[in-house]
Design a protein around this ligand. Structure first.
Ligand SMILES: Cc1ncc(COP(=O)(O)O)c(C=O)c1O
Length: 454
């Protein structure tokens, strides 16, 4: 048996992120509930017994983990609602939600109850057997969507892997006499579908793919939104499926137009190809609609989901029509962990909350409110080219790299992400965020903006 020990050699060594000034504006201090040592002082009362812990954790990480993540120098220890706390006692307003995962924030009580109750009853069983939460969750997803059936996976990339296999199998099944059934895929500029070999082949960023080539062949990328260019590419007997995000997240918060999605729907129908909507990031209430595609009135053959579905536990789901499902047989695909009673019960608790019309309406309202105050506070900056997105998936497009601004925000107690070619600030807060917290976030962003001039 092995165990990991993080030894505190010198618990009072100043942590790395305290060597750089960790200052908050007085506004941020007030809205983030930071304890101050004296009036008019920005000094933070950190937990002195923990000072140095962050540095030691970071050093330990550098020795034992494969270096796939360029992490921010923050060691998070706990969370409640939209707030996160690091090991040394700093508070952060979390507008990243674990990359669009924690829609109910941290520690939602109904979610916690569902997890604890299910964990103490039955956590995992093999998919060789039936379990009730899995069937209930599938029922709920089917009832709330275009789909007739569901396949569960453990992540977004796995959901897309399944969708790739289902599309290929569908073509084989529907064209039994074809010598070579359609096997190719069309994807778009700035798209992101995951990191495993199939989903990676569908992901546009060259530098994600090139170190691992050859990836799955037969994928063509075309400009997102360009109807004319796409028209020539979707071909009967060649194109198995078109994968598209109705709103691109990682790619920079770009929304499709209704005309573009309508065109894809009819071009796929004409060519016998499947239309796959990847709603891993934009689905499940983030836009103020349960499914982002509802805003467009265009429906796919397959939709992939993941991130927020189980409130932070790993899950993915592939929603399909009966026509697609009828091509899939026993043994065509599977997973040991997917659809366990624990994650499905957690997902039911999430779905119960976010699918309520009043909840979705509040997301739309807060999204409009936030975009408006961001425009007021940041719109005057010569570096801000556009503030876009809808619901609570918002991008601030800058004319230069966003990292200095994201770092300055973090030093002021606000967590936001980058996207696009590194020039977009991506904001995907918990959907339960309050307008007061959004005010606070906008204020920190606006006070941090001058860092872009330095
Ligand atoms: C649209 C989209 N698809 C797929 C994925 C991959 O999901 P995962 O990281 O859970 O594999 C992501 C992750 O960011 C995503 O945004």
């Amino acid at each position: 048996m092995s165990s990991i020990h993080i030894r505190l050699h010198n618990p009072l060594t100043p942590p790395l992120n305290l060597r750089r000034p960790f200052r908050r504006s007085s506004f941020a201090t007030a809205c983030l509930n930071v304890e101050v040592e004296a009036e008019n002082s920005n000094a933070l009362r950190l937990d002195s017994s923990k000072l140095g812990l962050a540095k030691e954790v970071m050093e330990a990480e550098a020795k034992v983990l494969v270096g796939t993540y360029a992490r921010a120098p923050v060691v998070l220890a706990s969370g409640k609602g939209c707030k996160l706390y690091d090991v040394e006692g700093r508070e952060y307003l979390d507008l990243s939600s674990g990359i669009a995962v924690n829609s109910l924030g941290h520690g939602d009580e109904d979610w916690l109850k569902a997890v604890v109750e299910q964990a103490s009853t039955l956590t995992h069983v093999s998919n060789m057997y039936y379990s009730i939460p899995q069937i209930e969750l599938a029922n709920r997803l089917v009832a709330a969507s275009f789909a007739d059936r569901v396949f569960f996976s453990n992540s977004g990339t796995e959901a897309n892997e399944a969708a790739i296999k289902f599309a290929r199998k569908f073509q084989r099944h529907s064209n039994p006499d074809a010598k070579e059934p359609a096997t190719e895929f069309i994807c778009f500029s700035n798209c992101f579908h995951g990191r495993t070999m199939g989903a990676l082949a569908l992901t546009s960023k060259e530098h994600y793919r090139s170190p691992f080539e050859p990836v799955m062949p037969g994928v063509t990328f075309v400009e997102y939104g360009n109807i004319q260019a796409t028209k020539e590419l979707i071909q009967r007997g060649k194109t198995a499926a078109v994968f598209v995000e109705p709103i691109q997240g990682e790619g920079g918060i770009y929304s499709a137009t209704k005309e573009f999605l309508q065109f894809l729907r009819s071009a796929c129908d004409d060519a016998g190809a499947l239309l796959v909507f990847d709603e891993v990031q934009c689905g499940l209430g983030r836009t103020g609609y349960l499914w982002a595609h509802e805003a467009y009135g265009v429906f796919p053959d397959i939709m992939t989901l993941a991130k927020p579905l189980a409130g932070g536990l790993p899950i993915g789901a592939v929603l399909v029509t009966e026509r697609v499902a009828s091509a899939i047989n026993y043994g065509d695909h599977g997973s040991t962990f997917a659809g366990s009673p624990l994650v499905c019960n957690a997902a039911l608790a999430v779905l119960n909350k976010i699918s309520k019309p009043s909840f979705l309406a509040s997301v739309s309202k807060k999204g409009l409110y936030f975009k408006e105050i961001l425009k007021q506070k940041l719109g005057g900056s010569s570096h801000v080219r556009e503030i876009r997105g809808f619901g609570l998936i918002i991008g601030i497009d800058l004319d230069l790299p966003a990292t200095p601004l994201v770092d300055a925000c973090r030093n002021s107690g606000l967590l936001v992400l980058t996207a696009g070619k590194g020039n977009v600030v991506r904001i995907v807060p918990p959907l339960i965020i309050t307008e007061q917290e959004l005010d606070c976030a906008a204020e920190i962003l606006s006070q941090a903006l001058p860092v872009l001039d330095s």
